[in-house]
Write a protein that binds this ligand. Structure first.
Ligand SMILES: [Zn+2]
Length: 262
């Protein structure tokens, strides 16, 4: 049994810049880079799988890396094909309100991905931050997206990834009330499989500039590299809390090329 698991978070996975559309280039990884990451996992003796399948595979002695994708960008179909080619899977968190829009996956594409063994799950109905909503609105976001995904795909929607990683003290209770069984956030760290707490599944964001050596170190669960990333996340979270969503977005816009949050 593995003591911990690395869960990765991707966004767009494009072949060339023309495919990026409105996606955030800072968070986008080219398909070539993504394939190289899968090669890296194979070299490290790990298999990629949908995050909710990690505990069962881990208990069976398989070394796993949880594979997740936020926002439902159209280019994720290519990532799904790359995973399926290896007999692997991933969890794709989509917003039903944007499914079928230009640059986003369609329901047909999502059905094809589900048929390949991919897991299609909720990133809320709209890409609205939970900490800017009332409790009733948070519950609506959870319930509507779950109902839409299940009606369109005929598969169970039981995992929730909050937009922008923003949560409230009520997020888990409301997710449970809406019928979910797992919440995967943007908190950085390894997922402790001895507890396998389904309500706080942390992830490592893979960015355009993430070096291969760093990805490999996360997969190897290097205490130094994991620790550095956790400290960076905590510092950033402190800044976010101090500035609020609006202030943080303005600061980020001033420091980085035009973009949105994950
Ligand atoms: Zn997002």
């Amino acid at each position: 049994m593995n003591a911990a698991c690395t869960v990765l978070m991707y966004h767009a996975t494009h072949r060339h810049d023309a495919e990026l559309g409105g996606a955030d280039a800072h968070y986008a990884v080219t398909l070539d880079t993504f394939e190289a990451h899968l090669d890296c996992l194979a070299q490290e003796g790990a298999v990629a799988c949908a995050v909710e399948r990690v505990p069962a595979l881990g208990a069976a002695g398989q070394r796993t890396v949880g594979m997740t994708f936020d926002d439902g960008h159209a280019t994720n179909l290519q990532a799904a094909q790359a995973l399926a080619k290896r007999g692997w899977s991933g969890t794709f968190f989509v917003n039903p309100s944007t499914v079928g829009n230009p640059d986003f996956l369609s329901w047909d594409a999502l059905r094809a991905m589900a048929a390949m063994g991919m897991s299609i799950q909720s990133h809320a109905q709209h890409h609205r931050y939970q900490n800017e909503l009332t409790q009733a609105e948070q519950l609506d976001e959870l319930s509507q997206s779950k109902a839409a995904i299940e009606a369109q795909l005929g598969t169970a929607c039981t995992v929730f990834a909050p937009p922008g990683g923003r949560t409230t003290p009520d997020t888990v209770r409301l997710a449970r009330q809406a019928g979910y069984g797992m919440v995967s956030t943007s908190r950085v760290g390894l997922w402790d499989l001895r507890r396998a707490d389904p309500w706080d599944v942390p992830r490592f964001a893979v960015l355009a500039g993430t070096p291969m050596a760093q990805l490999r170190a996360w997969v190897r669960q290097s205490p130094l590299e994991v620790g550095k990333q956790v400290l960076r996340y905590r510092a950033l979270r402190t800044v976010k809390q101090a500035l609020g969503n609006g202030g943080y977005e303005r600061l980020r816009a001033a420091l980085l090329p035009p973009s949105k949050d994950n």
